[in-house]
Ligand binder design. Sequence first.
Ligand SMILES: CC(=O)SCCNC(=O)CCNC(=O)[C@H](O)C(C)(C)COP(=O)(O)OP(=O)(O)OC[C@H]1O[C@@H](n2cnc3c(N)ncnc32)[C@H](O)[C@@H]1OP(=O)(O)O
Ligand SMILES: O=CC(=O)O
Ligand SMILES: [Mg+2]
Length: 569
Amino acid sequence: MVGFETFLEPSSTERKTGMAYDLPEGVDIRGKYDAEFAKILSRDALQFVADLQREFRNHIKYATECRKEAKMRYNNGSLPGFDPATKYIREREWVCAAVPPAVADRRVEITGPVERKMIINALNSGAKVFMADFEDALSPSWENLMRGQVNLRDAVNRTISFHDTARNRVYKLNDQTAKLFVRPRGWHLPESHIFIDGEPATGCLVDFGLYFFHNFKAFRRIQGEGFGPFFYLPKMEHSREAKIWNNVFERAERLAGIEKGSIRATVLIETLPAVFQMDEILYELRDHSVGLNCGRWDYIFSYVKTFQAHPDRLLPDRVLVGMTQHFMRSYSDLLIRTCHRRGVHAMGGMAAQIPIRDDPVANEAALELVRKDKLREVKAGHDGTWAAHPGLIPAIVEVFTNSMGNKVNQIHTVKREDAANLTEEDLLQRPRGVRSMDGLRLNTRVGIQYLAAWLTGTGSVPLYNLMEDAATAEISRVQNWQWLKYGVELDGDGLGVKVTRELFGRVVDEEMARIEKEVGQEKLKKGMYKEACKIFTRQCTTPILDDFLTLDAYNRIVIHHPKGSSSRL
Ligand SMILES: CC(=O)SCCNC(=O)CCNC(=O)[C@H](O)C(C)(C)COP(=O)(O)OP(=O)(O)OC[C@H]1O[C@@H](n2cnc3c(N)ncnc32)[C@H](O)[C@@H]1OP(=O)(O)O
Ligand SMILES: O=CC(=O)O
Ligand SMILES: [Mg+2]
């Protein structure tokens, strides 16, 4: 077990040890050796991660089993809903710990992968917060994850810089920078380059553990005004998962010798079951919470996944499932009411539009859509929101500032008591709209191109002037699967065509031809488009829906280092 002293003093075992990682008992690293990575993967840091893994692995396994049981219930016809057993938590009056001053104002948060140049750009962007992402926006290759940890360490210490040799441009931090939040992976993803007691480590414990171990001290001094580090927690389905995170935080705080409640986290409500657990999630994390966020894209994906055996709840075209659909508006309203009642931030989500550089008219139209989305959020009572791109920040700041005036948030001024009347039916209402051949084609084209990028190390990409990441690609995948499974009629084109395997096969061929035309033969050949097409097609046509697109695809990016060269010294 690591103790407080090992956090403060670099131990003798952290010295450079040649071409192999210095491993504690029971830990094996199968990822490539790199001298920079070795500073992150120090013996004491790995011991800290291994201790977390050993303490929490059974809790994680149990939570995973519970997810499977819930899935079975939904597949047998049940609907998700509020849990009568925890009614007392929803009804009683209680509040979370007070918001740390460093993050009272979160009106605009930029997000992006933990890539070196983007981290600097995001921290300098003028946003109040930067959420550095090991999740939806990152392809979790060994290289990306470990470089990401190196980059974050340098960002927290303010030594980060980047030289773009092609443009001869040097990137450095401004004096004023955004506050850093880090989003580890979801509970479902293993880290198959690190084995602990013969099993792959849990991805999020690796992300959290390494980042916390190396940065908690500098972060609290430089960024957090005595608090921190700060986190975003993704893809939870139940408060028992939030309880595990709370216990992880308490353990980390104890070992670091910092006060309980130092670490703070915002939970993304981005699965359908979790919308019925918002009070319970906040309650479990009440000493460590800084609110909830509407992770709208994964939420839509989760709607399809939860209702995979409910043909009466099929989705219309992906582009029609926006925040103004009744079930999405109800979710955002209830999230605001819940957060403000418990004294924490209610964060909005991500508009998918990004700046369109070469077309001013289209650019203005995209910006206007973003402004409209943000105006709806701030008027509804959200305290802040996400921006996908630095170019959107001035417009978003303006919308929030015009509406909030000189308040830093709306926690105590917009209570949304009206949302207390929202029912399970409101939260589950099927989205309205048509289904079209264009929708099927776009899902296919986007899904394949996204996956091709992901397989080659890029987790967020611009496609057809929109931001695409793992969450948006999931919608494309499961929507195709759902339409195929139930042989839906495409009623949006007036053609009345049914979606069959034959039709889908033709669509895949034609969309691959279109992709080739758009990206060029050379790029298609060099890239992973064919592999992506194979994976995507299999996942759309499989009789039993895969839980996550990235679980299957992950196996293709795991590269084990030749045996012996990174083993124990
Ligand atoms: C569903 C969810 O989970 S949402 C959260 C997860 N998703 C994300 O975080 C997506 C974040 N956004 C992005 O990754 C990018 O904006 C993309 C991929 C959508 C578009 O990227 P690009 O096409 O490279 O954008 P573009 O070429 O316009 O970039 C212009 C500049 O802005 C920078 N930039 C763009 N987006 C970001 C960002 N999110 N953070 C920091 N810098 C950024 C680029 O690095 C580039 O910098 P440079 O001029 O110094 O070279
Ligand atoms: O993580 C955010 C989402 O929308 O999904
Ligand atoms: Mg998400």
